[in-house]
Design a protein around this ligand. Structure first.
Ligand SMILES: Nc1ncnc2c1ncn2[C@@H]1O[C@H](COP(=O)(O)OP(=O)(O)OP(=O)(O)O)[C@@H](O)[C@H]1O
Ligand SMILES: [Mg+2]
Length: 718
């Protein structure tokens, strides 16, 4: 039954197949044609296609011990508009690496050599030229599916496009990915159960196909889906390909219905090509190579069985328990190990006509110099991007209890505690120190509690990285929106808790003194937030980030002028420049003046003359009274701006400089290790592609390559 469904779908798709081979003008759907018109503004609507070729593509990684390893070896292949290329192979065969290499996102410890051409030209593919749906889904958990997709649409669709058209596009994408039923369900996060894993996968795909990219890479789009939804997702991809797009997807164990939807098949094993050609001819290729698919076995299962060395272990286990059944088959795989079979297949492919045809085709395609693909990505204006991002972020913050609401509660509880402990502090002799320690506590520890927001920042950064690499918006729009959206919450938190503290303790009376105190608290908390954002952009791991953030603030607190009086702080380093870098120092200088100036305090023995606040400021707290407290406050506000600029610069450095530095180090290490030893790659052929993959993947990446060493002698089934 399912087979006939597949057939009818095939016929349906086939009928919409563009005429001619290569030129895809009639293939564009009316909607995407509008999109391209708006974008290109030229008559060249026919040549928006992307012909991708890769030749002698080798990817090598350096491991932590300086060893190098080839992950991909001399791959050759092409992908054309109008066709869906499926990348198949056992786990660890290099599928993701190939996609990363093609999309210019290799991890920073890897080097590629060989040529990758788009329309006959070398093009940098990052930031939106190609869309890439990665293996993991980084989505905002508090938004519903429809919201996620519509914000994504608003971020990228041209401003001029009418709302109704945008809505139609969003709805059609939701339907195409089969998400109608969960369109109004939230995605879900750690405390919110949301849509299923397979649905998340489809949302990630939906966001990328929304813009109908010319070149689309997908890493395991069907993992976690049942065979029916896998079929529909693949069918959507195929329809997209038929629309004149170039689609390359890696796929694990496709069902036979899904397999029939593939145009080209790229079979990889251990980084080498086992087969590249028409998916429909693979069956015959395996038969010719001496590994015919037994009856009653799904061909794609058979292909993977032949090249997955883990099957040797499976076979050994099965043989022990089901001896008879195995002896009776005439499967050629019974007579040799899969390692031998794989080697035989790789050798057979090298001399087959498929390999020759591929080579010829690559030569032919790369000779044609087509149009340069522009940077792709967002077509929305900067203002639209910043507005949409701010709105999205505001919604996320207001829905996520852990982002600010919980902090609001804690802040109120802590300030009520402060209020009761320092209740009505007065102007007695003892109140002098009490006022000092109260201010120091508020600006030291209360602001310190803001590092609790760090895990949320890390989540935000992950989403940002994914969207940034796919060119959804720019860094400036992100930094601005991030600053703006946090503002109302921080104002609410600091004004509420500041007011409670001010009136319970009865700090220096007067509106001006009240507003100074609250503004100072607001500025300090915002500085902490900005500092933590900077840390999140460098170390996207919440445990390490919190530890480092706490350490930095601890040091700042030490030089704030309370724990050691300003004049006593050792001059080199600690006083200059550290105390001036510390925001606590400025906050305390300002707040002490704000609180003590103009007050008269009792002396040690009541009855004798009273002590003026100015005297205490100068002689007890060692505050520079000649400087206005408002200057201290403006320093705090400028620190916010400085930290935000640092945040911006750090993202830029992460994007452009870090990969270079890491690549350089890895290369050096590799050269030291190898000495004069010859590698398969000429050193000058090495190119390093800037990427954020290591950054996004973070700790997993290093784990992965540690695993790699033991990969072959450990049994791991996947
Ligand atoms: N940056 C790297 N450093 C070290 N080893 C790496 C690196 N990138 C990939 N590898 C190793 O290269 C091999 C291929 O990895 P890749 O992620 O491409 O496999 P895959 O085919 O996508 O597997 P899966 O189906 O499990 O996703 C793995 O053994 C992996 O450990
Ligand atoms: Mg993978």
């Amino acid at each position: 039954m399912s087979n006939s469904a597949a057939n009818s779908a095939m016929i349906e798709i086939e009928s919409s197949k563009p005429a001619g081979n290569g030129m895809v003008v009639p293939g564009l759907s009316p909607l995407s044609e509008t999109l391209w018109r708006v974008k290109t503004n030229t008559e060249l609507i026919g040549d928006v296609s992307a012909r991708l070729t890769w030749k002698d593509l080798t990817v090598m990684v350096t491991l932590s011990n300086g060893e190098t390893q080839n992950i991909l070896e001399g791959l050759i292949g092409y992908a054309e508009p109008g066709s869906l290329t499926a990348l198949m192979g056992p786990s660890g065969s290099g599928k993701s690496t190939l996609l990363d290499a093609l999309s210019g996102r290799l991890a920073s410890n890897s080097f590629q050599s060989g040529t990758i051409l788009i329309n006959g030209r070398k093009t940098k593919l990052s930031f939106g030229t190609a869309a890439y749906v990665t293996q993991d889904d980084n989505l905002i958990g508090t938004l519903t599916v429809r919201e996620t997709i519509s914000y994504s649409a608003r971020l990228r669709l041209p401003d001029k496009m009418p709302r109704s058209e945008k809505r139609a596009l969003i709805e059609s994408t939701i339907t195409a990915m089969g998400l109608q039923d969960c369109a109004d369900t939230v995605i879900g996060n750690w405390h919110l159960r949301g849509i299923s894993g397979g649905e998340k996968r489809r949302v990630s795909i939906a966001m990328e196909i929304l813009m109908r990219p010319r070149l689309l890479f997908l890493d395991e789009p069907t993992s976690g889906l049942d065979s029916a939804s896998a079929f529909f997702v693949t069918q959507t991809l195929r329809a997209l390909a038929r629309d004149g797009r170039t689609v390359i997807a890696s796929i694990h164990q496709p069902s036979s219905e899904v397999f029939e939807l593939f145009d080209q098949l790229y079979l990889l094993s251990g980084g080498k090509t086992v087969y590249f050609g028409q998916a429909s001819e693979a069956y015959e290729f395996f038969a010719q190579a001496g590994f015919p698919c037994p009856a009653l076995r799904n061909p794609s299962d058979h292909f993977l069985r032949c090249i997955n060395s883990d099957f040797d272990k499976v076979k050994a286990t099965l043989k022990g328990s089901m001896k008879l059944r195995f002896e009776s088959t005439d499967d050629p795989l019974e007579k040799m190990t899969t390692t031998e079979a794989t080697r035989a297949l790789i050798d057979f492919y090298r001399t087959s006509q498929h390999c020759y045809a591929a080579r010829e085709k690559v030569e032919e395609i790369s000779k044609v110099r087509g149009t340069v693909l522009d940077s792709g990505g967002s077509q929305a204006s900067f203002l639209m991007q910043a507005l949409t991002l701010t709105k999205r972020s505001l919604i996320n913050m207001s829905r996520d209890f852990g982002y600010y609401w919980l902090r609001l509660v804690i802040y109120i509880v802590v300030t009520v505690c402060i209020g009761t402990i320092y209740f009505n502090v007065g102007t007695s002799y003892n109140a002098i120190l009490a006022r000092g320690s109260c201010a120091s506590f508020v600006f030291g520890f209360v602001t310190f509690m803001s590092i609790g927001g760090f895990p949320s920042f890390v989540e935000d950064m992950k989403v940002f990285q994914r969207e940034r690499l796919n060119g959804h918006y720019g860094v400036t729009a992100f930094v601005i929106s991030n600053t703006l959206s946090a503002m109302p919450f921080l104002i609410l938190i600091t004004f509420l808790s500041g007011t409670i503290c001010y009136f319970m303790v009865r700090l220096h009376p007067g509106f001006e003194h009240y507003i100074f105190f609250v503004l100072c608290l607001y500025a300090s908390v915002t500085v902490v937030e900005s500092l933590m954002m900077v840390i999140a952009s460098i170390i996207p791991n919440f445990l390490m980030g919190i530890i480092i953030g706490a350490g930095i603030q601890g040091i700042f607190m030490l030089v704030s002028g309370y724990f050691r009086l300003p004049h006593d702080i050792p001059k080199p380093f600690w006083r200059y420049p550290m105390s001036y870098i510390s925001f606590h120092f400025w906050a305390l200088q300002g707040q002490y003046q704000n609180d003590l100036e103009g007050l008269l305090f009792d002396n040690q023995t009541p009855g004798i003359f009273k002590i003026p606040g100015e005297y205490i400021l100068e002689n007890v707290f060692q505050i520079t009274v000649t400087r206005s407290k408002w200057i201290d406050l403006s320093v705090l506000f400028s620190m916010i701006i400085i930290y935000r600029i640092i945040f911006f610069i750090m993202i830029k450095i992460n994007e452009d400089v870090t990969p270079w530095v890491r690549g350089y180090m890895a290369r050096r290490r590799m050269q030291q290790k190898n000495g004069s030893q010859n590698t398969t790659i000429a050193p000058d052929g090495l190119t390093q592609s800037p990427s954020l993959r290591a950054y996004v993947g973070g700790p997993q990446c290093s784990l992965q390559h540690d695993n790699h060493l033991s990969h072959h002698d450990q049994s791991h089934g996947k």
